[in-house]
Design a protein around this ligand. Structure first.
Ligand SMILES: *Cc1c(COP(=O)(O)O)cnc(C)c1O
Length: 480
């Protein structure tokens, strides 16, 4: 080995200089983001073809790397921070959140154990306590940060399974004839992550029973109870119900109180998926959505959706962290510490060992905006969506397809003289043209077989003018 060579990191003065340059690049990018189309227009493989197929043998200047952001990547970016981005559920990064991400990378603290960074575990605990109060959950709720709602809900289903005491942790599920078939229930509008959780945990897709919804896309409690009774008669063991507060297609809210009563009657784990809409519980007018939350076993909320937190940050709250720990705690010798009895080691509460210092983002964002500042922004989005819904209702050739409890509006173009098949084709084409316009980006769903356009407001960069402009774009393209 040649010890004359410099085998250390980038020189600190270079880091200082390029760091400042990158911050300037980010500031310019966010300031001028509207010069880009929100939806990337590249063809599949286009970005890949710009990148050398072989890695550089010798190091390159960081300057060269930075200049390639514009040359190679930028056309292939779909700009989630663009105020014309109104597809899916917005996920936008506020500037305090961006700063926190930088700090997280600098510490590179891995919070597997309390000892591997006491501040990590304790800041996360403090932020979970803040968030719990912000959304009005009782004190007996304990929280942890995972990457996504998909992971949070998977841990909820795992806990529900563990609660059954069927020895699955030790003996698994395969090759056993002493196990009943297990059943999980959710509405037909539940997010696909629930089924993925069931797939992961050996419940299987057939172990998920989709309960039908009413005209407003809410789970029908009577149908849920009937399905449970039917399963019991057939020796299938019900174990978990997932209620959704803010479904993905229409943001409908399942009747949690009625569902909770059924779960209590049959002793089933109740998990609430409030990934998108949960943050609105911060607003006094929206408190109604928390009806029955105190009776759930667990609940997921995603600050990375509507709380201006850079990807990724999902919060899993549960009243039964002991069951989560029973399901996942496994401590090899090399991870034992002398303080294990006194502290919480986050690795005990899930499948991952290492974890990123995500709570920094919450600490920066909640402190910078304040609870009132966050609530006011979210409330403004809901009001803008109500206004947009009214515009849709007032136009003769547009039709609203679902109630608007939050900030997502489902609608379609309907001039009144087309068959359902033609309407589906026309609206699919309309959405395509809207997204090709390079001005806004919307997404779609299907409701009772009807192709439906979805517009979501929830970006920290959304102002009234963007919503006015979106409506102009939609109307003018539709009528052309
Ligand atoms: C977005 C969403 C999810 C999935 O979120 P990820 O964090 O991407 O896994 C699950 N449920 C609902 C209701 C959602 O809106």
């Amino acid at each position: 080995m040649n010890f004359e060579k410099n085998l250390t990191d980038m020189p600190i003065e270079d880091f200082r200089a390029s760091g400042k340059e990158l911050i300037d690049w980010i500031a310019d990018y966010l300031q001028q983001i509207e010069k880009y189309p929100p939806l990337s227009k590249v063809k599949s493989g286009e970005i890949y073809s710009r990148i050398p197929t072989e890695p550089p043998t010798k190091g390159e200047d960081i300057e060269k790397v930075l200049s390639d952001i514009d040359k190679i990547l930028i056309d292939g970016i779909t700009h989630w921070n663009h105020p014309g981005f109104m597809a899916y559920f917005n996920s936008t990064s506020s500037m305090p959140g961006i700063l926190a991400e930088m700090l997280s990378a600098a510490f590179n603290a891995n919070g597997m154990l309390w000892k591997t960074s006491p501040a990590f575990t304790e800041l996360e605990k403090a932020m979970m306590n803040w968030l719990r109060q912000m959304v009005g959950l009782p004190e007996n709720y304990w929280g942890i940060i995972y990457d996504t709602a998909s992971t949070s809900s998977m841990h909820a289903i795992a806990s529900a399974r563990e609660q059954l005491n069927l020895g699955i942790r030790e003996s698994g599920m395969t090759g056993r004839n002493d196990l009943p078939k297990l059943r999980l229930y959710c509405s037909e509008h539940a997010h696909s992550s629930i089924e993925k959780g069931a797939v992961t945990l050996g419940i299987g897709l057939n172990g998920v029973k989709k309960i039908s919804a009413d005209d407003s896309f809410r789970m029908i409690p009577e149908k849920l109870e009937q399905a449970i009774k039917d399963d019991l008669t057939n020796n299938i063991k019900p174990f978990c119900v997932v209620a959704t507060v803010g479904t993905t297609s229409t943001t409908s809210v399942d009747p949690v109180k009625e569902i909770a009563a059924i779960c209590e009657r049959y002793n089933l784990w109740l998990h609430i998926d409030a990934a998108y809409a949960g943050v609105t519980a911060m607003i006094p007018e929206m408190k109604w959505i928390t009806n029955g939350w105190e009776r759930a076993d667990s609940l997921v909320i995603n600050p990375h959706k509507w709380m201006f937190t850079p990807m990724d940050l999902s919060i899993y709250f549960t009243r039964k962290p002991d069951i989560l720990k029973r399901a996942f705690s496994l401590i090899p010798e090399y991870l034992k510490t002398q303080v294990d009895d006194e502290v919480e080691n986050l690795m005990d509460y899930g499948i991952q060992l290492g974890r990123r210092f995500r709570s920094l983002k919450l600490w920066f964002i909640i402190r910078y905006f304040g609870v009132d500042g966050l609530a006011e922004r979210i409330k403004a989005h809901i009001e803008l969506a109500q206004e947009f819904a009214k515009w849709v209702d007032d136009e003769k050739d547009f039709e609203r397809m679902a109630p608007v409890p939050f900030s997502t509006v489902c609608f379609r173009y309907n001039p009144g003289n087309l068959s359902e098949d033609e309407l589906n084709r026309v609206n699919e084409m309309l959405l395509e043209k809207i997204n090709q316009s390079g001005k806004i980006f919307l997404s779609h769903t299907k409701l009772d077989g009807k192709f439906t356009i979805r517009l979501t407001i929830g970006s920290i960069r959304h102002e009234r003018k963007h919503i006015v402009n979106a409506w102009e774009v939609i109307k003018s393209i539709a009528r052309r």
